[in-house]
Design a protein around this ligand. Structure first.
Ligand SMILES: Cc1cc2nc3c(=O)[nH]c(=O)nc-3n(C[C@H](O)[C@H](O)[C@H](O)COP(=O)(O)O)c2cc1C
Length: 373
């Protein structure tokens, strides 16, 4: 299977696998696609260690990194970013989260909470240079950005280093802005996708973006987890696919098992697009968490990054208790996932998942070729 993407990235199959687990990223690249590590949740030092580990596994095969630099977000004081953001969280919201944990009888965490300060810094333009220093110290093939136009430093440094700069888009206007900013690759991400997503379906969005992009290759994302879906994306004019959710059904993915079990039981109707986790609309598994926040009298979610700062510790407690089978925590348990969750039947090795998507797509394309007459 060859498209413009193979030569652009030096890969064998036009499949990109996005995930926060270094094990998944390495397996996708080893299978002939391109593994892309989500960098946002890591400190610069952690990211450096993860990228070093991935390089040992992939032995010269290409891989990439994804950052998230939102165009719009709550502003903090750059002299003391984390404290100034924390000060903007209303007491009403803090009390609501405490009350919710109490009603579900969620025990305190056994470990001290991880500071959500890093996330706030990583999501802020002031924190980006430190991450970029790490990213460009490694031999990456691609750097991607989501939630807005990549900052000029990212595009310039990418091009100076010969790294492909990609950007996720959810509507045609985004694509026009990203092309003006100089990106080399567009990812047309439909509303079916897990994580932050717009409202246009992949089937509609992909050809719209392909028509705007001209010579710039476009990847289809959102709702692609099988060879059949990959073949459909290629038929829409995409040069390849960018898959996220499907890797959460693999052994190597670091998402807690309590969440993965809920994914295995879920149907394609069990997700919602909601700002309740990050402050921006993101597709996730519906749970009691959403029912509670949507009740009349509950506070409105805060803007990014205040909402994740507000609820970060609560989620650590929920995940830990759900892992021990706590019923209240299990009811609340949720994570980002797309509508393809309904197709998850069992947990499998990431190499097997990647290999099957690539092989099934090639077979499907051959079969479709015979339909052409
Ligand atoms: C658990 C999860 C977390 C995500 N986090 C990010 C992120 O930090 N940055 C980003 O660019 N995209 C993120 N996404 C979106 C993916 O990059 C990708 O576009 C999407 O998963 C594709 O649709 P699919 O989920 O149907 O495969 C996330 C997706 C999932 C499932």
């Amino acid at each position: 299977m060859r498209t413009a993407l193979n030569d652009l990235l030096g890969i064998e199959a036009p499949l990109v696998g996005f995930n926060r687990s270094p094990g998944v990223v390495a397996e996708v690249s080893r299978a002939g696609g391109l593994g892309v590590l989500a960098a946002t949740a890591y400190t610069p030092a952690e990211l450096d260690a993860q990228l070093t580990w991935i390089e040992r596994q992939v032995q010269g095969r290409p891989y990439g990194v994804d950052l998230l630099v939102p165009g719009k977000k709550a502003a903090g004081d750059p002299r003391d970013l984390v404290a100034s953001l924390r000060a903007q969280i209303p007491d009403e919201h803090v009390r609501f989260v405490e009350g919710l944990l109490e009603r579900y009888d969620i025990p305190p965490a056994s470990r001290p909470p991880t500071s959500n300060g890093e996330l706030a810094v990583n999501l802020d333009p002031s924190g980006v240079p430190a991450l970029l220093d790490v990213v460009f110290a490694h031999p990456i093939a691609l750097v991607a950005n989501a939630l807005g136009t990549p900052p000029p430093t990212l595009v310039d440094r990418g091009h100076a280093a010969g790294v492909v700069v990609a950007s996720l888009v959810g509507k045609p206007e985004h694509a026009v802005r990203q092309l003006d900013a100089g990106v080399d690759l567009l990812v047309a991400q439909g509303t079916e996708a897990g994580g932050h997503t717009g409202t246009i379906a992949t089937m509609i969005l992909t050809p719209e973006i392909v028509d705007i992009a001209g010579d710039v290759p476009v990847l289809a994302a959102g709702g692609i987890a099988s060879g059949r879906q990959m073949a459909a994306a290629l038929a829409l004019g995409a040069a390849g696919v960018w898959c996220g959710s499907v890797w959460l059904s693999t052994h190597e993915d670091i998402t807690p098992l309590s969440v993965k079990r809920k994914f295995l039981a879920a149907t394609s109707s069990d997700t919602l697009r909601s700002p309740l986790r990050t402050g921006k609309p993101a597709r996730q598994l519906r749970s009691a968490w959403h029912d509670e926040w949507e009740r009349p009298g509950s506070p409105a979610p805060l803007p990014m990054p205040l909402q994740p700062m507000l609820i970060g510790e609560a989620w650590e407690r929920i995940d830990e208790a759900a892992d021990r089978g706590h019923p209240g925590a299990t009811a609340l348990e949720s994570f980002f996932i797309g509508q393809v969750v309904g197709a998850f039947a069992e947990l499998r090795p990431a190499a097997e998942v990647a290999g099957r998507i690539i092989d099934d797509c090639a077979r499907r394309l051959r079969e479709l070729g015979t339909l052409g007459g």
